[in-house]
Design a protein around this ligand. Structure first.
Ligand code: ADP
Length: 297
């Protein structure tokens, strides 16, 4: 029996891609697509040629996060053409293939695998420095096929995104075990939505017991007695991270911890509006943290 023709086709297509990074998460809603999008913006901002491939079949959010909703994919003799946001940032998403953004994709395993295979085989990326792959959450059949195909053509590794709570970390452990089983290197773990930073001057103060708003009184008190406190930021640990959060888990599992990205309403806004957080002064809480993580990759 000869080599699998699909694998040969994928290997040929991927031959012009220098680095491939898989972005994974144990659960949905932890910020995997947000990180994939901002990672792509960051790499493109460094002048690299970047492709962002969204194969999160059940919830493709990349078109929205890059401001590309409603775009159609075009085909040429070379394959499916990515949608270019910049000349060095091309995007391909299952979302572009849905008739309506609210449409659910309920495809069974074989069709999902077929689509993923097609995406790896038929997208005309051209020469790329980086291909960022936004994978579906979890460790399902799709992952095994993605892993097989990417491994056969060489993948740098996976970044695993999580939130700090133990319920999320439990799934990350499974994700890491999965990577080990199939032979994908874990580049590291990102703890997203890690605390909410706010300047003290932005806090509302409430009285314990009756919950009355005593902000004016508290701020007057601080201004009078300790005005130096006004320059401080507070950080609320929104999600209780038992057992040391993602950092503790990384130590236990011997994988690199890449860093924390705080909850940042401005990052959420940038994502909703399809913008890069690096070009938005208001993303001061999150953008430097994400940049630091990208620099470690
Ligand atoms: P996933 O891909 O893991 O399902 P998303 O990236 O779609 O998760 O993120 C879920 C929601 O949370 C989105 O609305 C996104 O903008 C928001 N979000 C992600 N990370 C942050 C953050 N650090 N601060 C604020 N909002 C965030």
């Amino acid at each position: 029996k000869g080599p699998d023709p699909d694998l040969v086709a994928i290997a040929e297509r991927m031959a012009t891609v220098k680095h491939k990074i898989l972005v994974l998460s144990g659960k949905g809603g932890v910020g995997k697509s947000t990180f994939s999008a901002q990672l792509s913006f960051a790499l493109a901002g460094m002048g690299l040629q970047v492709g962002l491939l969204d194969i999160d079949i059940c919830g493709p959010s990349i078109p929205k996060m890059l401001g590309l909703e409603g775009q159609d994919i075009h085909q040429s003799s070379l394959g499916w053409s990515p949608i270019y946001l910049e000349s060095n940032l091309g995007v391909m998403s299952v979302g572009f293939m849905l008739p309506h953004p609210d449409e659910a994709v309920i495809w069974r395993g074989p069709r999902k695998n077929g689509l993923i295979k097609q995406f790896l085989k038929d997208v005309d990326w051209g020469e790329l420095d980086y291909l960022v792959v936004d994978a579906p959450p979890g460790t399902s059949d799709e992952h095994i096929s993605i892993a097989q195909y990417l491994l056969a053509t060489g993948v740098d590794g996976a970044v695993v995104v999580t939130t700090p709570q133990e319920v999320a970390l439990a799934d990350v452990r499974k994700e890491i075990s999965f990577c080990r089983k199939v032979g994908i290197r874990v580049l590291g773990v990102v703890e997203n939505m890690s605390g909410l930073r706010q300047p003290l001057a932005g806090f509302r103060f409430v009285r314990p017991g009756d919950g009355a708003d005593v902000t004016d009184w508290a701020m007057d008190y601080i201004r009078e007695r300790a005005p130096e406190l006004l320059a401080l930021e507070g950080c609320a640990e929104v999600f209780a991270a038992s057992r040391g959060g993602a950092l503790g888990m990384c130590r236990d599992m011997h994988v690199p911890f890449l860093g924390k990205v705080p909850l940042d309403p401005q990052l959420c806004r940038a994502a909703e509006e399809g913008r890069s957080c690096f070009e938005d002064q208001r993303c001061a809480a999150s953008a430097p943290a994400i940049r630091e993580i990208v620099e470690k990759l």
